[in-house]
Design a protein around this ligand. Sequence first.
Ligand code: NAP
Length: 275
Amino acid sequence: MTLIDGKAIAQQVRDEVREEVAAWVAEGHDPPGLATVLVGDDAASAIYVGGKQKASAEVGIRGFDHRLDHSASHDEVRALLHELNANPAVNGILLQLPTPPQVNGSALTEEIDPGKDVDGLTPISTGLLAKGLPGLRPCTPSGVMELLRRHDVALEGAEAVVVGRSDLVGKPISAMLLAANATVTTCHSRTRDLAAVCRRADVLIAAVGVPELVKGDWIKEGAVVIDVGSPAGDVEFAAARERARLITPVPGGVGPMTIAMLLDNTLLAARARVR
Ligand code: NAP
C-alpha cells in the first residue's frame, strides 16, 4: 500500500504555478489576479479567504481582497461582482459562501463572468464539463484528478465508483472520470447495497461527509481509494489501507489540493483571456 501524499503533491502544483506565473510575467503579461469577496465576519470563512490570498501571493498572483460588512445588501455585493467582472486586472473571482441571509450567495455566484469562474461552479462551467469542452473545473474535483494523474492511475476502462452526488464534489468528479474514459457509477443516499457497488471499484472516491461510512471490507484488493471527507474521513482508513494499493489519508490527502487547483485555475483563466 502506498499513501498518497496530498500535501507534497499540492506543494508541487504550487511550485509549478509559481514558475509558470513568473514565465508569464516575463513574457510581458500582467500577473494573474484573484479577487475574493467575503461578506460578514464568519471566522472560518475569514480563515479560508486569508489562506487563498496568502497562497496567491506566494505564487505571484495579485490579490484583490474585498471584505464587506455583515450588513451589506444583496445589491451591494452584486455591484461589486459586476465591477470585478469588468476589471481586466482580475482573472478569477470567488464569492466566499455562506453569505449572510440577506445576500443570496448561490444566485450571485451565477453572475460571475464564466471566464473568471475559478471555482468552476457556474452553470456555464458545469455545462462545459458535462459536454467535455475546455473550461474552468471545480477545484476539489480537479485536485482529486490531479492526485490520480500524478500516481499514473490508469482510468481508461476502469470501474470507478463515486459515493456522493453533490454539485460541488460528487457530480463533477463523476463527469471528470467519465471524460477520462472510466466506467463510472455514482452512488448516493438512495443507492441500494452500497457495499456491493463499492466492492466493484478499481477506483473508489468517497465524498459523503459521513465519517467511516465506507468500510474496510468494501474495498477491492488493490483498489485506489480517494477520501474527500473533511474534517473526518468517509473511509474506515485503518482497515481500508490493508486492501488498497493507493489511499489518501485525512487530513493530508485531498484537502491541500483545493487551494493548489484554485491557483492553477487563476493562471488558466488569465491565459484564456489573452488567447
Ligand atoms: P453534501 O453536499 O452533503 O453531499 C453529500 C453526498 O453524499 C450527497 O450526494 C448524499 O446523497 C450522499 N450521502 C449522504 N449519506 C449517504 C449514505 N449514507 N450513503 C450514500 N451516500 C450518502 O457534501 P459535499 O459538499 O459533497 O462534501 C462531501 C464531503 O467532502 C464532506 O465531508 C466535505 O466536508 C468534504 N469536502 C472536502 C473538501 C476539501 O477537502 N477541500 C471540499 C469540499 C467538500 P443525496 O444526494 O442522496 O443526499
